[in-house]
Write a protein that binds this ligand. Structure first.
Ligand SMILES: C[S@@+](CC[C@H](N)C(=O)[O-])C[C@H]1O[C@@H](n2cnc3c(N)ncnc32)[C@H](O)[C@@H]1O
Length: 204
């Protein structure tokens, strides 16, 4: 295959291989007081969304941070990620969790979700992440919370620590705002510790 599409496929496979390579050490790399504080911030931000959603999609679920924070959401959550290594860690911690080993772009849900979430930069790897803000991913009356690496973030520390480049460009404030506008829904955005967050559909 030639042209830009061939390049994109090649880059995505590289992302999968990169996360497979660090999967076993991933959780151990994110245990600093600052990491714990960040997780607490996320938990407060989405607590009500998680509590009220009957079907949750975690895009780029990785080793299952969302379920670490909200174990009671396990049966209501579909975890999609292209890295079998990362998802293996998730399944060890959360037996019975529903996992889909796929690029989010290649996953076509049978039914849209009431809450779509993506934590700590997983959406930076996705082409046209605004597609996650509409069916078949997000129900028309659903809500979403996406966290992008912003321009002030150095990129995924776990990859950098293992000599792997960030692999995905940061997103700008303008790009994230454009996704909010394109959703055609109520939206808000902000910055937290180098991440740009986008909320669609208002707070629960
Ligand atoms: C920085 S990690 C974040 C993992 C998890 N969300 C967390 O906060 O711990 C990025 C994750 O995005 C996944 N990823 C990369 N490209 C993806 C894609 N196209 N669709 C879905 N997930 C993807 C990687 O495999 C990796 O697990």
């Amino acid at each position: 295959m030639r042209g830009p599409r061939a390049h994109m496929v090649e880059q995505r496979l590289t992302v999968q291989q990169a996360y497979d390579a660090v999967a076993e050490v991933y959780d151990g790399e994110y245990q600093s007081p600052r990491d714990i504080e960040q997780n607490g911030w996320v938990k407060r931000e989405v607590l009500r969304d998680i509590a009220s959603a009957d079907r949750i999609l975690d895009v780029g679920a990785g080793t299952g941070l969302l379920l670490d924070l909200f174990p009671l959401a396990t049966s209501r959550t579909v975890n999609v990620d292209p890295s079998p290594g990362m998802l293996h860690q998730l399944e060890v911690k959360h037996p019975g969790a529903r996992v889909v080993t796929s690029l989010a772009e290649h996953y076509i849900p049978e039914q849209p979700f009431s809450f779509v979430i993506s934590l700590f930069g997983a959406v930076n790897y996705i082409d046209r992440p605004e597609r996650l803000l509409a069916p078949p991913y997000l129900a028309l009356n659903g809500r979403a919370f996406l966290m992008f690496y912003g321009p002030r973030h150095a990129g995924p520390r776990v990859l950098l620590a293992h000599g792997i480049p960030p692999l995905a460009p940061p997103r700008t404030v303008e790009e994230v705002a454009a996704m909010g506008v394109a959703s055609g829904r109520e939206w808000s955005m902000g910055e937290y510790d180098g991440f740009l967050w986008l909320r669609v559909g208002g707070r629960a």
